[in-house]
Design a protein around this ligand. Structure first.
Ligand code: HEM
Length: 187
């Protein structure tokens, strides 16, 4: 039951986006070598999720909008400075560092997904198959390298993301993971 001092922060679509992304990203990781068809499907899911999130960042509910959480680098740096002194302010939506992390994750996920499509296309499969480089010998390997690099880069951001979530939860005595599940936070 919702308590009186709880407020709605994450709308259902943001939550569905987040946990579907976690699932699809996990599947993509586990299938990268031996389950190419499934790997590609996980990638398509991530691609559609990203398109949705870009639109929802413009048209979505209050705390889902980029305008609510994308802050200039000086604000992000100031927030991180306060964070190491354990004095960072509590925010209802994403904090400035969290916002920067989300932008970074969305960008690396977009690059990873797109280079995955290109690498897949170069092997003659997927929606980009007959577009540019069907049966090209070079394309596939090059795109694969770039794809792998950005997949690894995204994973390292995810590790930082989880550390940030844990740290923010401890600092303000609230469970941010639970908030991303229920959608509510204390006011
Ligand atoms: C079990 C693993 C994960 C947990 C517990 C988790 C938890 C969270 C939490 C608590 C937030 C909200 C942060 C806040 O309060 O400001 C969040 C946001 C976010 N996380 Fe995760 N996360 C996980 C994995 C991932 C992965 C694997 C990705 C990407 C590949 C990811 C991408 C994002 C994005 C993009 C947002 C912003 C949500 C939005 O506004 O749309 N997360 N995550």
């Amino acid at each position: 039951m919702k308590h009186r001092n709880e407020i709605k922060v994450w709308d259902p679509l943001v939550r569905l986006f987040h946990w579907t992304l976690v699932g699809a990203f996990t599947v993509a990781w586990l299938t990268e070598d031996d389950w190419m068809a499934l790997h590609a499907y996980a990638g398509y899911v991530i691609g559609f999720l990203l398109l949705f999130r870009l639109i929802w960042g413009l048209l979505g509910t209050r705390y889902a909008r980029f305008s609510d959480f994308v802050r200039p680098p000086s604000r992000v740096a100031g927030y991180l400075f306060d964070l190491v002194r354990l004095r960072a302010e509590r925010t209802i939506g994403h904090n400035p560092a969290g916002g920067a992390m989300i932008v970074a994750l969305l960008i690396t996920l977009l690059i990873t997904t797109f280079t995955g499509l290109l690498a897949y296309g170069a092997t003659g499969a997927g929606p980009l198959a007959d577009l540019l480089f069907s049966n090209s010998e070079y394309g596939s390997e090059l795109f694969e390298e770039v794809h792998e690099f950005f997949a690894n880069f995204t994973l390292s951001l995810v590790v930082l993301h989880l550390l940030g979530v844990a740290f923010g939860s401890l600092l303000h005595g609230e469970n941010l993971v639970q908030a991303m599940i229920t959608g509510t936070k204390r006011a």
